[in-house]
Design a binder for this molecule. Sequence first.
Ligand code: BES
Ligand code: ZN
Ligand code: ZN
Length: 490
Amino acid sequence: MLKIKTIDLKDEIEALLIPVCEDAQIHDDPNLMRMIDAVGAFDEFKGKKGDRITLHSLPDCGVQRAVFMGLGEAQKVDAEALRSLAGKAVAGCIEKGLKTLDIAVPRSGRVGMEAAAVCEALLEGAFLGNHLFDRYRSEKKKAPLEAIALLSGADDLAPETVSAIPKRVSAVCGGALQAREWVSMPPNDKRPDAFAEDIVRRAGEKGVEAQVLDEQALEKENMGALMAVAAGSQAPPRLVVLDHNPEGAEETVVLVGKGVTFDSGGINLKSSEGLKNMKMDMAGAAAVAGTVIAAAGLPAVTRIVGVIPIVENMPSGAAYRPGDIVRGVTGKSIEIGNTDAEGRLILADAIAWAEKRYKPDFLIDLATLTGACVMALGEHIAGIFSPDDALADRIVASGENTFERCWRMPLPEDYRELLKSDLADISNMSSSRWGGAITAALFLSEFAKETRWAHIDIAGPAHRSKKSDYCGAGGTGFGVRLLCDFIERL
Ligand code: BES
Ligand code: ZN
Ligand code: ZN
């Protein structure tokens, strides 16, 4: 589907995207330069961000449509600008019912980037933008493109790093698209048993080993906190373990993802407004599964274990109650202050269990954990919490590389007070209205005592109500590209 080849405008090309800067010539193919000079004569196209013009049936070449798109100032071009540009171009081609898009790659030096980084960003934006979630529509009005190719000058193509890019982008962004689909899927089609089975099936297709713990196995493993959350639903809980263990791996990274397939709040039932989109409360699980599946297609030699607790949080006569005291894997007693603070309960068991069983070098959990984190950082930035400065810095840096932004939040020792219970070792609910993302993270830290651990609260960026340049409305797949980047830089 993705290719990189040497540019030759004599080839038959259905649509050619030509990125143009307003203040510099960023191409050096003479035919291309001539075309850019020609459009420069039109007042409506100056190469500014957002400028776009399409010319048809150009003379002396095989190009049926040349789509010129503005990138703004050459020195300000970065990976995200290229992803956005490619994503928008793909959306335009899909809209017109085209089948293929070729992209003229700017000379990397002219935009102040490495050749590999330019190619990678363009392919990422194009691949991610070439996705439609139309499985539930009877009539499919649009279809994704069948092929996308980068056309580059021969010398920029030379390095080995460039030839590996299409495979890497398909693996990583394929994992992200899979995560998007899971998050967008309606909750009646992804109740815990069905979601677990789907993860196992998709993992199997990529050769990733998978294991599923059912309710009896979870009972045996003393996952009392997870079981308490699951009690209100007719669908029994599951815990999926995905294990990508390449030969020669020395380090182990455990990824834990919150998998609440629908969060009604339980007996502390959410409001109508609060219930909206609560099918997305398994986005952490989707990101973790997507990452392990992607990692299987990458050359990195690190063992990646995904530990994915999956429940549905429902009110019923069998549901857990506020006031209940439960015990999980660690044996610590937990008083239930609020049944809507369910994510931290299933994560507590999954984290403690994974720590004991795998003794990993790093443990990172992803969860749509708190509305408070969305209040603090808005809908497009995740909160990262870790007592480990080096680990936190690496995650923030990976987020900058992939534009899945993470902002570090504090874990103040004195706030632990707020989780005190009159009767039990800890409460799942803070005694303060404020700082809810922090107290949730502090709760988790009680169950990750022996490992270099970080928690990423993705409640904001896991889902979007409006489309962006390379992501439709719905699940975003947030975290997959970030975690792949983190793994590759270990
Ligand atoms: N799944 C929610 C958090 C959430 C809120 C995710 C909005 C995405 C968007 C979580 O389980 C929850 O309900 N958290 C409560 C915690 C409270 C009861 C301590 C919250 O944030 O209000
Ligand atoms: Zn909740
Ligand atoms: Zn939740």
